[in-house]
Design a binder for this molecule. Structure first.
Ligand SMILES: Cc1cc2nc3c(=O)[nH]c(=O)nc-3n(C[C@H](O)[C@H](O)[C@H](O)COP(=O)(O)O)c2cc1C
Length: 194
């Protein structure tokens, strides 16, 4: 039987930062359930945002050819997507926003707005932030991405992890319960798809 593939899409420039660490624990959970995983560090890629050319609405494919183009093969294969982003100025990071805009072509099939990704998938969206107060609007940043994932494929009930008080890179280790939950959720989601 083919192994369940998980992909981590890291929108932080900090490869060992808070959001990336939570993401890795989720992917560890996927591996514990017998799956495999790959990480895309968006900051390593030089790529353009959506050009609003609308050609994908007609031919179903993004015409931009750049370093992000081969990443879509990984995204098509992965049944579990884990999107990780810091909050920068009350929003997801620029890297994540640019990536998300480039996924626009995944919302078009044969000239109609329909999910292009086939089959059942699962997703977790992680947002981390410095503010020690619970910020509902930051959770909402995650909810927005979850909503738009539903335009691309059948991701079911997307999980959102929104954690504050995480200013320095390693702050997440002061919240072992979050990391435990992350690993458990990765395991559970992979098992759901097996
Ligand atoms: C450019 C920049 C803007 C930021 N803006 C906010 C903000 O608006 N609200 C907040 O609570 N934290 C803000 N932060 C703090 C980060 O969200 C926080 O350190 C986050 O946990 C970083 O995630 P990472 O470790 O995965 O990179 C900002 C940090 C940077 C570098």
């Amino acid at each position: 039987m083919e192994k369940i593939k998980g992909v981590g899409i890291c929108g932080s420039p900090r490869k060992n930062g808070n959001s990336a660490t939570i993401m890795k624990y989720i992917l560890d959970g996927v591996k514990k359930a017998g799956g495999e995983s790959k990480i895309i560090y968006l900051n390593d890629f030089l790529f353009k945002g959506c050009q609003a050319c609308k050609i994908c609405a007609k031919n179903g494919k993004c015409i931009i050819e750049d370093t992000l183009t081969p990443v879509f093969d990984t995204l098509f294969e992965a049944k579990i997507w884990v999107l990780a982003s810091p909050i920068y100025y009350d929003s997801i990071s620029g890297q994540m926003k640019l990536f998300f805009d480039r996924c626009r072509w995944l919302t078009w099939v044969d000239g109609e707005m329909k999910p292009r990704l086939k089959g059942k998938r699962r997703a977790v969206i992680i947002v981390t932030y410095g503010d020690k107060r619970e910020r509902k609007e930051y959770f909402h940043e995650g909810e927005k991405l979850a909503y738009y994932l539903s335009w691309m494929g059948d991701f079911g009930d997307v999980k959102i992890i929104s954690e504050g008080g995480l200013m320095d890179e390693k702050d997440i280790y002061s919240k072992p319960h979050v990391l435990k939950y992350a690993e458990e959720i990765g395991y559970k989601l992979a098992k759901e798809l097996i």
